[in-house]
Design a protein around this ligand. Sequence first.
Ligand code: XMP
Length: 317
Amino acid sequence: TWTSHSVIAAAVGAVREQVGDAQVVCGLSGGVDSAVAAALVHEAVGSQLTCLFVDHGLLRQDEAEQVEQAFGAHSDTRLVSIKAADRFLRQLEGVSEPEEKRRRIGEEFIRTFEEAALEHASGAAFLVQGTLYPDVVESGHGSSATIKTHHNVGGLPERMNFDLVEPLRWLFKDEVRRVGAELGLPEEIVERQPFPGPGLAVRIIGEVTREKLEVLRAADAIFRHELARAGLEGEIWQAFVVLPDVRTVGVQGDERTYGYPVILRAVTSEDAMTADFARIDYDVLERVTGRIVNEVPSVGRVAYDVTSKPPGTIEWE
Ligand code: XMP
């Protein structure tokens, strides 16, 4: 029978066997998977592990500070933060095809990790990824079709200087949370909503620009803030805002506006393999909409996505 205790014991043993006394790096994404993977590997090989937190410019509002704080306060694992927005955004210039975005982000992550491993972890040859079983399935490994290239980082390049360590590869998200709790991670990390490695890039349809990132960040912060205020965070698997690549006509005062629409997405789920749209109270949606159109100047319309998975995926790309 499944117990987090036995899963941890087995994973710790496997990690020790795989890496021996080599140095290991782990990319933290701000989500729960990479945090739990890091905690497991730390349990296994202690100070051989260096965690890397890459700010790729595709994070949510205040996310870098939150991750650094939450992680720093509860772990004695070494954490190196890397500011890399310029190089990621340069890679994304002019790119609008979803899988190409993922590929470029994945590649840039690996190059950033390789450089950081040389600089901060004596050339570590192992990279920890918080890949879960559903990621493996939906990325088309084994016999199933590729839905999208899931990896903590987005998509992995063919050539890289790392062997992967994936201690969560056979687990579902609820199991990962139990493992995290058993390893002593605080609730603020264990209960954190999932956040995809490619970050806001998969929530901006079409080309990613700094301007669109600012719009999305502002709207997304309002949505999540209002959900928290309404006490709805606990029952929602993930809630976020999507910025499509279109404009919409509206009116404010007696002026015509021609701004972005944004789409609110909130789902309930057990394991992200399937999901249902969250039945959010209209009053909450109204409050969120009022704040977004008032506080985010270039947004003139707000829509709520009522598609379940399947046929929709949770993210829009
Ligand atoms: P979809 O959109 O496929 O997403 O229904 C299922 C879950 O996976 C997350 N997701 C990712 N997580 N790297 C990640 O670490 C990725 O490339 C990635 N793509 C999607 C998504 O947020 C949801 O929780």
